[in-house]
Design a protein around this ligand. Sequence first.
Ligand SMILES: *[C@@H]1O[C@H](CO)[C@@H](O)[C@H](O)[C@H]1NC(C)=O
Ligand SMILES: *[C@@H]1O[C@H](CO)[C@@H](O)[C@H](O)[C@H]1NC(C)=O
Ligand SMILES: *[C@@H]1O[C@H](CO)[C@@H](O)[C@H](O)[C@H]1NC(C)=O
Ligand SMILES: *[C@@H]1O[C@H](CO)[C@@H](O)[C@H](O)[C@H]1NC(C)=O
Ligand SMILES: *[C@@H]1O[C@H](CO)[C@@H](O)[C@H](O)[C@H]1NC(C)=O
Ligand SMILES: *[C@@H]1O[C@H](CO)[C@@H](O)[C@H](O)[C@H]1NC(C)=O
Ligand SMILES: *[C@@H]1O[C@H](CO)[C@@H](O)[C@H](O)[C@H]1NC(C)=O
Ligand SMILES: *[C@@H]1O[C@H](CO)[C@@H](O)[C@H](O)[C@H]1NC(C)=O
Ligand SMILES: *[C@@H]1O[C@H](CO)[C@@H](O)[C@H](O)[C@H]1NC(C)=O
Length: 681
Amino acid sequence: MACQSLIAQLAILFLLVSSVIAQSCWKNTTCSGPTDTAFPGAWESNIFAPSSRTVSPASILSKEGSYSSSFKGSAHLSGNGSQLVFDFGIEVGGLVTLDYSATGQGSIGLAFTESKNWIGEWSDSSNGQFAGPDGALYATFNRSGKYSYTMPDIRLRGGFRYLTLFLVANGTATVNIHDISLAIGFQPTWSNLRAYQGYFHSNDDELNKIWYSGAYTLQTNFVPVDTGRHVPFLITGWQNDGVLGPGDTIIVDGAKRDRAVWPGDMGIAVPSTFVSIGDLDSVKNALQVMYNYQNPTTGAFPEAGPPLLQLGSDTYHMWTMIGTFNYVLYSNDTAFLQQNWAKYLLAMDFIYAKVGPSGLLNVTGLRDWARWQTGFNGSEPNMILYRTLITGADLAVWAEDSTGLNATWNGRAASLKTAINQYCYDPAYGAFKDNATATTLHPQDANSMAIAFEVVDTTAKAESISTKLLDNWTPIGAVSPELPGNISPFISSYEIQAHFSIGQTARALDLIRRCWGWYLNNPLGTQSTVIEGYLQNGSFGYRSTRGYDYDSSYVSHSHGWSSGPTSALTSFILGLSITGRAGSTWKLAPQFGDLKTVEGGFVTSLGKFQASWALQERGYTLSYKVPEGTSGEVVLPTLDSGRFPSITIDGRPVPGRINPQIVGNGVVLNAAGGSHAIVVQ
Ligand SMILES: *[C@@H]1O[C@H](CO)[C@@H](O)[C@H](O)[C@H]1NC(C)=O
Ligand SMILES: *[C@@H]1O[C@H](CO)[C@@H](O)[C@H](O)[C@H]1NC(C)=O
Ligand SMILES: *[C@@H]1O[C@H](CO)[C@@H](O)[C@H](O)[C@H]1NC(C)=O
Ligand SMILES: *[C@@H]1O[C@H](CO)[C@@H](O)[C@H](O)[C@H]1NC(C)=O
Ligand SMILES: *[C@@H]1O[C@H](CO)[C@@H](O)[C@H](O)[C@H]1NC(C)=O
Ligand SMILES: *[C@@H]1O[C@H](CO)[C@@H](O)[C@H](O)[C@H]1NC(C)=O
Ligand SMILES: *[C@@H]1O[C@H](CO)[C@@H](O)[C@H](O)[C@H]1NC(C)=O
Ligand SMILES: *[C@@H]1O[C@H](CO)[C@@H](O)[C@H](O)[C@H]1NC(C)=O
Ligand SMILES: *[C@@H]1O[C@H](CO)[C@@H](O)[C@H](O)[C@H]1NC(C)=O
């Protein structure tokens, strides 16, 4: 008997242990993510992601929302309407389990919010119908006893920081909360949410935290494919059981909402994913669902993935095409490209057929990001078409096209560039107009993209645009003229790329600190993620006048489209980017700004790419370590404009075959892979 019960106990123990291991990924999802970070180091303390998929609140807030005490697994509710607010300290999302004992009869309400502003008995909004509140979930108890309540799967709450528990009871009832645990639903295939495949570290702690807040946001946007927002939208409450696409994990636009694939958002989210988390599976599945739902007759891609399947956006159509380029550049997943190439060609025909006699795209699929004016020969869609053609030309080479598409599409891009500069530029003002009419609106989106995508045809124009963009700035960010009163960290993600790409480093860093710094330090926000948008007056009511029905609580506080600083700090400040598939060729062109030391890296199928620089008393050092067999271009900032500084590589003078050239304010070297240290004095 004794022996049998020992075996039974061991069996139970074994089951417990194996269930703990099994739950390190989401539910029954196969773990396919890395188990450890590629770059261990001190910077890991900036990672917001928790070390376990199961987390508990960090503290309890007083009803006034001011005082917070730590939550050690015991809290008390007594009498109808009593409430406790639990703060997880960071953005989280998933399914909550409450272990409690109760006396009497009643129910415990659970309400969720990302921002501190909407703490209370109603969750912040996410259902999308604007007809009724998200409300709360209820755990019911009918008699005194011990209980455990877990939220139903379909009520998964994708993004929140605060959980309010409140008691609803007719008579006297009391509740003792013993434990609150949250099973995190996001990044379902990763057993270790801190196993980052990229890193960034500088002497500026705020910039570091901004980089990591973008990265963590992206993690919260990689979701299990059966947890999309329910369509048709609910009138009250919320439901996340929509099937989003193939695979086990997929990138959506936001943690709380809309929980659907949006290719426009991926324009910023995917490059930031590549340099930080490195989870390209979520990207691949998101792109594949767009191809799966392409209109087979017209070639149009949907504006958003299923179950929403919103249609009719020429710009988002093009973002799927640009997304395809980014994904193949980072992954060299040629099989994916071949599988979808015929559909890509159809998509190109669909959009290019809208180019008219003037050479400009005439947009008829009117939906876009929240800008007011869409359609006709808008400058922003034309900038996006230029990028589509340029990236399409590379894709044609990678797809081993033998019909001359590389030349055709590069040629079309050149003609488009001419037309855009001829018809959309406003020389009297010194920036692009909103479209090719006599409008006086000079938008943030098209002007930022004009520089970032290299559509401007002279350096003087680029400098003028960069300066004009400053007119939109306020102490907390750039207000978009095309969506007045609103600050869009999404469009500002293009603006920082614009300033960086022409060496206006101080401007780009200033805007990052104003905008992303403002949100990260705002005690009303999540202090761990990047927000979808906000108003010029510092309230969270983004788009209240443009589709969000004056419901400020609807705004998503964890939206990957705003993660631009994550890729920009790596690509421009550290200066490391890839130019050939999987990094077969790369570029290292650091910008110092007001920083003193910076390092970082990322991983591709070829291996690790890493670089670091540090200012010295009379110059600087720059080191890099990239896979052998790759080659790159190193651009060394000159110390004295136009003059060769003294340069050593691995302790020796620059060999002649490297052929250093002064271009602008940099010395350009053709560099080999491997590990090298450069000293510039
Ligand atoms: C895993 O799948 C099985 C069979 O569908 C199901 O019974 C079980 O509840 C699932 N486990 C989890 C943790 O979802
Ligand atoms: C009990 O509390 C709930 C939640 O605060 C409230 O909505 C309700 O009006 C209260 N009922 C009574 C009888 O006070
Ligand atoms: C409490 O009673 C209600 C109504 O009879 C029932 O629906 C519910 O399942 C019961 N809850 C528990 C936890 O027993
Ligand atoms: C653009 O398309 C619209 C809608 O089809 C059409 O009315 C308009 O004439 C076109 N404009 C140009 C310049 O082709
Ligand atoms: C051009 O842009 C302005 C400003 O956004 C807008 O008011 C106007 O309707 C647009 N015209 C066309 C033809 O798109
Ligand atoms: C693609 O076209 C561009 C511009 O015409 C040309 O410079 C480049 O060499 C072409 N690439 C290939 C692989 O043919
Ligand atoms: C731009 O679109 C407007 C409205 O359709 C049209 O009047 C104008 O001629 C177009 N300009 C160019 C250069 O295509
Ligand atoms: C900010 O502006 C919005 C829109 O005009 C307004 O509803 C809101 O009350 C303002 N908030 C503050 C704090 O001024
Ligand atoms: C990319 O994939 C192609 C086709 O599979 C292959 O020929 C090429 O060597 C790969 N390039 C790199 C850098 O991995």
